[in-house]
Design a protein around this ligand. Sequence first.
Ligand code: UDP
Ligand code: MG
Length: 313
Amino acid sequence: MKEMISVVVPLYNEEAVIDELITRLKATLEKIGIIYEIILVNDGSKDRTLQLAKEYCRKDNQIRLVSFSRNFGHQIAVTAGLDKAKGNAVVLIDADLQDPPEVIEEMVVKWREGFEVVYGARSKREGETFFKRVTAKLFYRLFRKLTPIDIPLDTGDFRLMDRRVVNELNRMQERNRFLRGMVSWVGFRQIKVEYVRQPRFGGDTKYPLRKMINFAMDGLLSFSSVPLRISSGFGLLCSFVSFGFIAYGLIVKILFPNYAISGWASTFVAVLFIGGVQMVTVGILGEYVGRIYDEVKGRQLYVVDEELNFESQ
Ligand code: UDP
Ligand code: MG
């Protein structure tokens, strides 16, 4: 059977980068000399991304397009691309050229050596804010501590996956998708190729702080129940402390009956403290319950508005 490779690119308001992206992707794939398809997933862009992507599809039937009815988010866009991809290997790459497409060549070499997952590891990050670099570093380290999943440090979604891995991912129908964790969960032989993360080629980041926090929460909560255990831990701690106070109260009452327990302040503090712990605990519980609710509804992950060039395969 002939080898084919699918490249999946999520696009959200990426009109500034799409030309350069396609030029560099095609150059790399031609150089590798493999049959390929490029699957563009338009995640409800509000600029000219859709229009430009359609023009490319008209000119080139190796370029395909899935266009969503609205913005569903990066991880869902990638999921749609994985659903559609036909290749024996699938490469995920961001549109903004922070991950240089040229690295794909090296990934294919490793894949042909027999590795099922070849992930890009950022040896250096250029053109990203100090804040982003620090929070990303902290997050990956926290993730490793809190979950049984070993996601390699400092990797994103830039990676090549063998068909077997993609088939397993496609079986995972969960809504809160943290793909890099899911890929690690699947296992198989995984290896890294290092690259220097470039500054964005054009446009702005599509991950404002709010989305980053949500993404981080999804990642942690869908792979770890440690936060729940931490809240139980707090509960236990509070109980022990209160037992201590009860014992103290009783002893004082029995041994020193005339000694009045003054200490409204400490009572007050204890009430507030326990109240606070309870609220936090309920909040953490709520995060899980909300996600469970999301999952049990079992809605489709995304709604497709248009597809182009898939029938030509
Ligand atoms: N993206 C998307 N939907 C979104 C947000 C982002 O498809 O709701 C795409 C975006 O077009 C890009 C990739 O996801 O191809 C990564 O986004 P970005 O580069 O803005 O994230 P950052 O590198 O700043 O973390
Ligand atoms: Mg980026």
